[in-house]
Design a protein around this ligand. Sequence first.
Ligand SMILES: *Cc1c(COP(=O)(O)O)cnc(C)c1O
Length: 239
Amino acid sequence: MTDVDTMATRLAGIRQRIAQACQRAGRAPDSVTLLPVSKTFEVDAIREAMALGLTRFGENKTQELRQKAAALAGQGLHWVLIGHLQTNKAKDAARDATELQSLDRLDLAEALHRRLLNEGRTLDVLVQVKTSTEPSKYGMAPDQVAGFLRRIVADFPTLRVQGLMTMAVNSPEPQEVRGCFRALRELRDQLRQADIAGVSLERLSMGMSGDFELAIEEGSTEVRIGTALFGARSYPDPQ
Ligand SMILES: *Cc1c(COP(=O)(O)O)cnc(C)c1O
């Protein structure tokens, strides 16, 4: 292999860094899943990633997801919504997404459930939790999550809770970033004590291109990687 910067070499580098972070944390390397985040990148880039064996992709806008899913239909891909979802987009999400990692409020849960009943399907979800004080970050307040999970189990059975998701603070201080990841893991541990029947808390989706190794050291089971895999985004992402 040469040193040429290709998606294949970037993917190998990311996998190696995941494995090293797992080793530092005393974790098995296969305990962390990579979610490639293809938002803003062209269908051709997704094809290139598919040729490397990737089949699950993260998107943050339902319209963009719809276009890409249509262009790549019939190829067994799984589409994961990771961005803030407006309630009026619940119909699109219920139709096109395999999974939603940004469930952060009751009215969205209600709208999704109604649409999922129409579609006759269930949806795997992660509850997005706000672990930083940055006003620009979405997510449910940690102390609201237990009650929210009970409501989902009681009233919205089409939503299958698999765990929690967070975005860490944007900070040059690794300790601050780490604190967000640790807060999510501690919340998960507390919620396990509450023993809420009908939800799984196995998955912790945390860590992005700039901070995934810290997230793995704090217990992440899934890292969401965009730019480190696909390259720099040509237009800014508001999130
Ligand atoms: C864009 C995005 C990512 C990936 O960010 P990178 O820094 O490009 O790796 C991960 N999670 C969410 C919620 C995002 O919106």
